[in-house]
Write a protein that binds this ligand. Structure first.
Ligand code: SAM
Length: 269
């Protein structure tokens, strides 16, 4: 089976997190099994498309802030997904053409699509690696080639940590990555939560667990714990759309109300 762009649909027989998310964003890199799983999630939680879009808008705002205001020039985006609207290298390189971007995903189809898109861009690469093995990410030759040690890095873990139940040690995995980053690096996280709207979101998490991948909602204090050794950038860890720089844009797209997705940016001490 082949997907768009002639990329072989490795593992396309079952639904897959990257392609289900691509479907929610209106992308074309998904298959019937992904759409069926997505429909089940959407029945449980009808706001999921808004959540996916606003999550993506936040990612763009965070990268704009880091490349524009903070002056970060190196981006490590883990769980980067399919190329879609507002990719990190597009946002960062628009502000700083010299910005270097490494995309990491465990899904070979997402990586293959990203590699096609990035072929003409010598300052951005996509590598297949697993967040469960931070050492393999950090030691990957493409990562060492593109990201200069000792220079600040923006570590992006956007809409990925909720796929890591507590028994996989996500706090420890994040700490392992964060601890090698020089002071002045930044951590960007978004994470689904049951705070406030527990029933629908909990049902959607259950559909994910049944059809696609493990899924764990976390409350605000648990999301905050990923930011140990960081100083939070205003307005801290907040529900989307509510992160300061995202606020206006989010409101123009959404009905009133906050989405059950926490977002935050922290500066590594
Ligand atoms: C919901 S998508 C988020 C994409 C993008 N970060 C965004 O927020 O727009 C989650 C991504 O995490 C990836 N992922 C899940 N488990 C992973 C793991 N163990 N290591 C690396 N990537 C993983 C999935 O393949 C998927 O592409």
């Amino acid at each position: 089976m082949r997907g768009t762009d002639g990329v072989a649909a490795v593992g396309a027989e079952g639904p897959n997190v990257a392609r289900v998310y691509d479907y929610f964003l209106g992308g074309a890199h998904n298959f019937p099994a992904d759409r069926e799983a997505a429909a089940q999630v959407e029945r449980a939680w009808p706001q999921i498309r808004d959540a996916a879009r606003v999550n993506r808008l936040f990612l763009g705002e965070a990268v704009r802030y880091l490349a524009g205001e903070v002056g970060i020039r190196q981006f490590l985006d883990i769980g980067s997904g399919m190329p879609t609207m507002g990719n990190v290298h597009e946002v960062a390189q628009q502000l700083a053409p010299e910005a270097q971007v490494v995309y990491v995903d465990s899904d070979p189809v997402a990586v293959a699509h990203s590699q096609i898109l990035l072929a003409p861009n010598p300052q951005a690469v996509a590598v297949e690696a697993d967040l469960l093995r931070p050492d393999q990410i950090l030691d990957h030759p493409q990562v060492s080639r593109l990201l200069e040690r000792g220079q600040p890095v923006a570590l992006l873990l956007v809409a990925v940590l909720h796929f890591f139940p507590d028994d996989t040690g996500p706090r420890h995995l994040v700490a392992e990555l964060r601890d090698v980053l020089p002071a002045g690096s930044h951590l960007v996280v978004t994470h689904a939560t049951g705070d406030g709207q527990s029933r629908q979101v909990a049902e959607a998490a259950e559909v994910y667990r049944r059809t696609t991948a493990p899924f764990q909602l976390r409350d605000r204090s648990e999301v905050l714990s990923f930011f140990d050794d960081c100083d939070l950038v205003d307005p801290g860890v907040v529900l989307l759309p509510g992160w300061e720089r995202d606020r206006q844009r989010g409101r123009s797209h959404l009905a009133e109300g906050r989405l059950p997705v926490y977002a935050g940016v922290g500066r590594v001490r």
